[in-house]
Design a protein around this ligand. Sequence first.
Ligand code: FRU
Length: 522
Amino acid sequence: MKYLSIAIVTLVLTMNCTTKNETLVLSESYTEEFRPQYHFSPEEKWMNDPNGMVYYEGEYHLFYQYYPDSTVWGPMHWGHAISTNLVEWEHLPIALYPDSLGYIFSGSAVIDWNNTSGFGEDGKPPMVAIFTHHEPLGEQMDKIDFQYQSIAFSNDKGRTWTKYEGNPVIANPGIRDFRDPKVIWDHDSEQWILVLAADDHVKFYGSQNLIDWTHLSDWGREYGTHAGVWECPDLFPMTVENSDEIKWVLIQSINPGGPNGGSAAQYFVGNFDGKNFVLDEEFREHVTDEKAVWLDYGTDNYAGVTWSDIPAEDGRRIFIGWMSNWLYAQVVPTQKWRSAMTLPRVLTLHHEKEGYRLRTLPADELKSLEIETSNIPPGDLSDTYTVQTDPATNLYKLELTFKKPESGLIEIRFSNNADEYLSVGYSLAGKQYFIDRTFAGQSDFKEEFADYHTAHIAYDHENVDMILYLDHSSIELFADQGRTTMTDIFFPNELFSKIQIIADHNPVELLSGTISKLKKTW
Ligand code: FRU
């Protein structure tokens, strides 16, 4: 492609590490090729969905689908990590092991504040995990009822767990894909509500004690996309920003059928009255005839759900997803471990021109990753200037606001000396954001991997506003105050050492820009 005007912005970032950084560099861990430096990844072996995310006594718990014996999927356990700040994570021993009822599939955890379950001890509320038991023999024998829901509890802040002796607590009603329970206490109907995925729809259940569950209703066969199986739902109320209005959000992962192939998450906005989910009228037309509203248009944010029990004085809906895709998760070229989580993100609900929509932005805590920030001088980017980035690191955050161009493209290009590059950008003609990982490194493990991904912009916007987080093998784009989100992974043979901002066809005006070097957290 011939660029009529090219602006190259590269930044000199000091090669001298700060003292803080030096201590971190001393650590021998997490230095493997492609290893995420500030995202959560297991020390070794296979990981998929985040599970049981719950906040209790100053700790964010992150459990996850884990197979400790291999770097491909296998008998599922719940791995466990905690964080006090959503940035630095501490690995803890495996929380739940497979047992005679099966593997431990995805699920959630809550704090049972009023000890409704009776599992509490010494006046302290128990932490209760609600998960799917998947019975592998049943699956092999082609039965259909090999997935059912079970519970376990902990009285020592998630360190040790006891499985409930009466498991399972929800039997299989004759549905092959019947899994991934997410539980919330509903203040209005004064009951625990459980949502789970049942093939092409969700089922809601209610309970007073987390043990005895009543089926409330089914929803979703006629809304959203069904190009794949529904998995890992999440249901929660949200106050619409700048109003007192409460709406309920249902996040629904689907595999395959994502906007750029494979796994992805769609969502719905409506009301929930303690029994039925009723889709919002305005939202309806956007999710009929197999249309979907996507939480993230990239290929690598799957099975994400939100934390339970975030204190009311905080009040945020904090989300994390699995940063991979079932299309290729088991064959990506990492050696010691497989997969990482997305950055923790905060969801907010807004009433936009096109109806109720979620916005997704990185959690504020991530600002503590920034060790050095430089301004990119605003102005017309047809001025070309060249400087160089630090070849020893690849960890950057960029915040860029451009005046919406009259035509053409804005491209942010990360490249290395091996002629590999990753592009993220905005195309006025296509009315879309994009991530192009076609030439971003290794891709021969899966044909569909090297590709150009797009996110159609369904709203009017004045400026082009991007926040980008680059780690060794991932990029996260939060555009237009979080209205469009894209997450992609990639595997460059060398670290990217140059960042360019390229204006195509028209001069592009940068209104403001910063680049921050980020620290490693492992
Ligand atoms: C989603 C999923 C869930 C299931 C788990 C098994 O990625 O397929 O539906 O519980 O992974 O590991």
